[in-house]
Design a protein around this ligand. Sequence first.
Ligand code: GCO
Length: 477
Amino acid sequence: MTRENYLKIMAALGAGALLPQNLLAELLTGEEIKRSDFGKDFVWGTATAAYQIEGGWNEDGKSESNWDYFTHHKHKVKNHETGDVADDFYRRYESDIELMRKMNIPAYRFSTAWSRILPNGTGIVNQKGIDFYHRVIDKCLKENIEPWLTCYHWDMPQVLEAKGGWTNREMLKWFEEYVTVLAKNYGDKVKNWMVINEPLSFTLAGYLGGVNAPGTVSFKNFYSSIHHATMGQSIGGRAIRANVKNANIGTTFVAMPFDGWKNKPINNEVAKRADVIINRMFIEPVLGMGYPVKDLPALKHVVKHMKEDDEQKIKFDFDFIGIQNYTRMVMKSLALIPLIHGLPVNPKKVTTQDITQMGWEVYPEGIYRSIKQFAAYPGVKKIIITENGAGFDDVVINGEVHDSKRTQYIKDYLKQILLAKREGIDIGGYFIWSFMDNFEWAEGYRPQLGIVRVDYKTQERIIKDSGKWYSEFLSGK
Ligand code: GCO
């Protein structure tokens, strides 16, 4: 989500002072990181999501998804762009996975499109959809790339969204059925699973902010979808546990630190409220801590949706927690704004560092702080960085992309991850967002977050300098 969209949402929602920079980080300055610094078992990968790369939106029995519907009918995406073709991964998955291999990338995080698997949302399974992901998974295995499967990265069959999607409690059954189909079909081959990608994003941006599918602007929808998505995490986790032997099960969250502008108490309070919404709301119930209502009384509107047994069913013992960090936000009080009573300050005011195409401050310490915050929960066993990356304006010069800012970004964030690891936190892996440029939701195709460039006219791929750096780093010791 861009900063502008965050602002819109924060404005609807109700949304700092700079913490001193992490002193310890200075210890790392100048040190070149090596793959071996992270240990032998550390998982290195890149990530994508179905709707952002696949295209083939109505091929082989796939039904219309909520994102197909949203891009075709709501015209809220920049330049009215759609994922109809995207990176054409549906046809090019073989050469794309071969490219990953060529780049020495050992793990690939991708998601499946519910609308390919169960076009009606529930019921009849579409064998051609099932087969597509078998081919993707088999190709990964053949190339010695470990598949990491995300069950839900924001796209569902439109028939279900039309019934309210995550705002409808029936979703708990629909979702369980879908995840069970995935687990039963792919469980022999795929051992690493993530249930839901960033529940915050589709509940906040989709049901309240109106900028993602389905595009509603409703507190009522927001509150009900929060509870059902939170439950979905555990329900999905249990469905995988029941059907996949030796599964490594996680789920992924937005993770970013919030500071109060100029460290003023009133702004720090805003930062605390934003922290509840963005970082705490979806994980704490799963860990058995309940919704953080004490720190944000408005969450009583979420709790209202709890039914008998939900308190038990909402818990799940995840093997790992995926955290996705790009930036941090500095918050300033604005009483009129509901819920959070503040807004993020323009990052230009808080940093002299680069701002990415998404309007996000480059803030490497943020990933360290988020890791520390999530690792502090006693119920969190292991952390995996399931997304991190940056969008910058890339230029092709003689068939090359010299994206030095992106390479520097990745190196600087990796140093901070190493720092947290050296403090004894169990961090199991790192996935760059993204393997290749792709459809960036409400922003369309302008933001380029890939380490591989995609020319959308020709579908040509060019490994950017950042991709070359990653591949060299991975081949090293
Ligand atoms: C997310 C999604 C990705 C985005 C990426 C850049 O975290 O928002 O998982 O699909 O493309 O984060 O915004």
